[in-house]
Design a protein around this ligand. Structure first.
Ligand SMILES: *[C@@H]1O[C@H](CO)[C@@H](O)[C@H](O)[C@H]1NC(C)=O
Ligand SMILES: [Mg+2]
Length: 260
């Protein structure tokens, strides 16, 4: 009977299609749900601290600021403000970052192209702190490498014009030390922001340690520092705070002690 076998065929295909649809739902839905939940979590966690562009201070705060004077904030560059990645001519290394770069340039001295990745919130951070502090960039990098990057990060604002490079570092037992006194001789009014705990140790009492920026990571270290930096500018001597909360022993003192 042709009719019976035909309906059996339809029945069979119906069941097969339903099974296929069901298994596809089981395979596809959980990862999609997980992905949506992840996006929602990022969105829910995302609470950047945005400061207003004008410094809304009470008369008392204004008076206080006039009393203590403007301070100098010394900024490290590599892995504090940005992280770079170099591609030597003719070579294609495997650790190429997966996110797009912000800036690139060719460095003839190294025969390499430098790719620059800004730390998240860098522009907002520089905007705010440049109103609160005199900025100086102090990098252990050479001038040929660092100066195009700093020009790019400055974005024509004229806030990263004071710069110290590798040749300004002082050799301390084979280590390149950045002393903040080069940026401003008055230790009560100068502080360093650096990802290197060694550099922080050389300036114990005047430094804030920040974790290294890894290209592509979700990073809020700069923006989370804003309230702290906002408060520090009102102190008479930054060391009154930084010396107490620092976890670094004075490295210079330590090295002098052990090498005697
Ligand atoms: C910090 O940044 C420097 C470059 O400025 C880099 O050489 C160093 O590996 C980074 N990390 C630490 C933990 O010092
Ligand atoms: Mg660094």
């Amino acid at each position: 009977m042709p009719l019976k076998s035909e309906s059996l065929l339809v029945y069979f295909f119906g069941v097969a299609t339903m099974g296929l649809v069901m298994s596809m739902i089981c395979v596809v839905v959980p990862p999609v749900r997980l992905y949506l939940a992840k996006i929602y979590k990022i969105y829910a966690d995302y609470t950047p601290i945005i400061y207003p562009s004008d410094d809304q201070l009470t008369p008392v705060s204004k008076r206080r600021l006039n009393l203590v004077g403007k301070k100098t904030l010394v900024l490290d560059m590599d892995e504090t403000l940005m992280t770079s990645w170099m591609k030597k001519h003719g070579k294609d290394p495997k650790n190429r970052p997966t996110i797009p770069h912000d800036f690139k340039f060719y460095l003839p001295e190294y025969g390499a192209t430098v790719f620059v990745y800004k730390r998240p919130y860098l522009d907002h951070f520089l905007d705010r702190v440049s109103k609160w502090y005199d900025l100086t960039v102090f990098t252990a990098g050479v001038e040929a490498y660092a100066s195009p990057i700093l020009d790019f990060l400055d974005r024509g604002r004229g806030i990263l014009t004071k710069r110290l490079y590798r040749h300004d570092c002082i050799d301390v037992f084979g280590l390149r030390a950045k002393y903040v006194t080069l940026a401003s001789p008055d230790l009560s009014n100068v502080l360093l922001l650096d990802n290197s705990s060694t550099e922080c140790s050389f300036n114990a009492g005047n430094s804030i340690h920040i974790k290294s920026y890894q290209i592509g990571s979700r990073d809020e270290a700069l923006i989370n520092l804003l309230p702290f930096l906002d408060a520090l500018r009102f102190t008479k001597d930054v060391r009154s705070v930084l010396q107490r909360c620092t976890r670094f022993e004075g490295l210079t003192t330590f090295l002098e002690r052990v090498t005697q």
